[in-house]
Design a protein around this ligand. Structure first.
Ligand code: B12
Length: 309
């Protein structure tokens, strides 16, 4: 039997290297917008001003890309489960940052998929996004049937949560997948218990002011805020504690994307090599990495904090 158009698109996405692909419509995000407004009103977003802007576009996908009929959502596995047992240093970077910048890696793959769409529908228009636009990316993935929102607020699948989310807004009308209706977290609260700063105030609610990932990646100034300084963590970039505690991540498979493999210095550097890291070495190691975005000074400060100086 011939494959449906939707099946062909999904097969192509897998052929390109994505791990999952689902399709959903472009309806407005009314419920999620309300949650976001409350979240911001409670100042849970800390200093992430970008999240307070373009809320109209976040709510209504049509304002982001005119005539959007369908949204193709993809997942890309970034898991590197052997990192912890193989690394030489006590310090850690989060798994998503061990290889090259995911924004670029995903966008290149998404472009291959839009080339394919344009071949079938030469008159069609598309836009690709990865973590850089006002979009409810996790909610979109749930709507496209790819997983559920876990108590750690991340998109979780039965194969774990170490997946990036990317999407294509297109004016091609496509049949939507059934949304994932239920959470499979059950009575498990391991992610909440694992957070050393109680950033997960309750299931599904993250207070960024308390989140070590926020502080180590998104803070504007070099110095850490005094009230968070007491929490010792060996992470020098981001934090994966709530993900590592998740039982669904126990059996996650290593990613198969060459660009997301662990850079050799990240694996082989000793404590003292990280502590003595020069700006030149920082720029070389993190040349094509998302880590470069935080800058040398903030990265050094993260190392100083992790060392406990
Ligand atoms: C801002 C942001 C952050 C902030 C805030 C995190 C957060 N939870 O919002 C900080 C800097 C802390 C952060 C950290 C991380 N991030 Co981030 N981040 C984002 C970003 C840009 C926006 C997220 C957002 O909209 N937050 C606003 C709040 C309101 O949203 P929310 O917490 O999801 O709230 C929703 C739910 O709580 C839900 N809700 C509320 N109540 C209830 C009740 C129930 C029962 C249910 C089911 C739902 C529910 O409604 C809310 C609105 O949708 C997205 C990209 C994007 N455009 O979506 C990436 C994104 C979420 N981040 C990502 C990653 C990888 C991370 C880190 C793992 C990185 C790291 N290792 O350090 C950590 C994880 C920390 C965590 N537990 O969330 C990935 C997650 C992929 C996945 N599998 O889910 C994303 C999707 C980027 C991408 N394209 O791949 N991030």
């Amino acid at each position: 039997m011939a494959q449906s158009l939707e099946q062909q698109i999904k097969s192509k996405a897998i052929e390109i290297g994505f791990d999952a692909c689902g399709i959903t419509d472009s309806a407005t995000f009314d419920k999620e917008s309300l949650s976001l407004d409350n979240w911001i009103a409670n100042n849970y977003h800390a200093n992430m001003d970008f999240i307070t802007r373009h809320r109209d576009k976040r709510k209504n996908p049509h304002l982001l890309h005119e005539n959007t009929q369908s949204i193709i959502v993809v997942l890309l596995n970034y898991g590197n489960p052997t990192y912890f047992t193989h690394k030489k240093s006590d310090y850690s970077l989060v798994e998503y940052a061990l290889g090259e910048d995911y924004h670029i890696v995903l966008k290149e793959k998404l472009r291959l998929l839009t080339d394919y769409l344009s071949k079938i529908f030469p008159e069609s228009h598309h836009r690709c996004f990865v973590d850089s636009a006002p979009i409810f990316e996790k909610a979109l993935a749930v709507k496209a049937g790819l997983g559920w929102i876990g108590k750690n607020t991340l998109l979780v699948t039965k194969k774990g949560s170490t997946f990036f989310i990317g999407e294509i807004f297109t004016d091609i009308p496509l049949k939507s997948d059934s949304p994932q209706k239920e959470s499979h977290c059950g009575s498990c609260n391991k992610c909440i218990e694992a957070c050393p700063t109680n950033a997960l105030e309750k299931p599904y609610l993250l207070n960024a002011n308390q989140c070590l990932s926020y502080h180590s990646i998104e803070r504007k100034q070099v110095a850490w805020e005094t009230d968070i300084k007491n929490y010792k963590s060996k992470y020098i970039y981001g934090c994966d504690l709530c993900q590592r505690a998740c039982p669904y991540n126990e059996h996650r498979t290593p990613n198969t994307t060459p660009e997301l493999k662990i850079k050799k210095e990240i694996l082989n550097y000793s404590n003292s090599e990280w502590e003595m890291l020069s700006e030149k070495a920082f720029n070389r190691i993190f040349k094509n990495s998302a880590v470069k975005r935080i800058g040398y000074q903030n990265f050094k400060e993260n190392i100083r904090m992790a060392k406990g100086d």
